[in-house]
Each structure stands twice: as C-alpha cells, then as structure tokens.
Design a protein. Structure first.
Length: 119
C-alpha cells in the first residue's frame, strides 16, 4: 500500500525558511513524478512543484519559482520542498503527491502538513 507522509511544517516568521519532507513507501517510484501542492480551506489545491523520480527534472509554478526548491533522495525514498523567503500568504496546508510520470492524474496523496507564516 502506497503511503506518503509529510513532515516539517510549523510556525515561522516572514522571511524565514522551512524544509518539508515527504517519506514515500509501498512501491517502487522510479516511473513516478512527485509533487508538492498547497490548499487553503474552501479553495482549490494549488500546484507548487514537481520532480521526476528517475531523471530529477523539476518544474515550478510561477508563484514559487526562485523561492522554493524541490529535491529527492533516492536512497531514503523521500522528497523535499525547501521554502525560503516565506511570506504570510504562504500559510497553507501543504501536500505531497505522486503520479505516474506519463499521466496527469495525481494518484497518491499524503495527509498534509500545516505551514503558518507570521508577519
């Protein structure tokens, strides 16, 4: 059974940094892309970044390009989101997700981790 477990959220002051982690288990992810999303209650989930597990190629939403960095650790089967220069508007629940690299369906999701940025 596939499991994605996020951690690393918390409270940080504006301008600070956090690194989110996503521990993936339950299958081999070599043919998958991993992504990070965030969501405010009552709003649509926002795509932030994705990384190909096999090639390491990345793609970012314009809203976080230059501030957030996605990376992976194949040995630990973990994906990270380094978030710098955080702003109060980055306050959200952050989710890790996985999809087969050749599809657009994000099939697996973690439970989320809360990030709160104080002004």
């Amino acid at each position: 059974q596939v499991q994605l477990v996020e951690s690393g959220g918390g409270l940080v002051q504006a301008g600070g940094s956090l690194r989110l982690s996503c521990a993936a288990s339950g299958r081999t992810f070599s043919s998958y892309a991993m992504g990070w999303f965030r969501q405010d209650p009552g709003k649509e989930r926002e795509f932030l970044a994705r990384i190909s597990w096999s090639t390491g190629s990345t793609y970012y939403a314009d809203s976080v390009k230059g501030r957030f960095t996605i990376s992976r650790d194949n040995a630990k089967t973990a994906v990270y989101l380094q978030m710098n220069s955080l702003k109060p508007e980055d306050t959200d629940e952050y989710y890790c997700a996985a999809r087969i690299v050749t599809t657009n369906l994000w099939k697996y999701w973690g439970q989320g981790t809360q990030v709160t940025v104080s002004s």
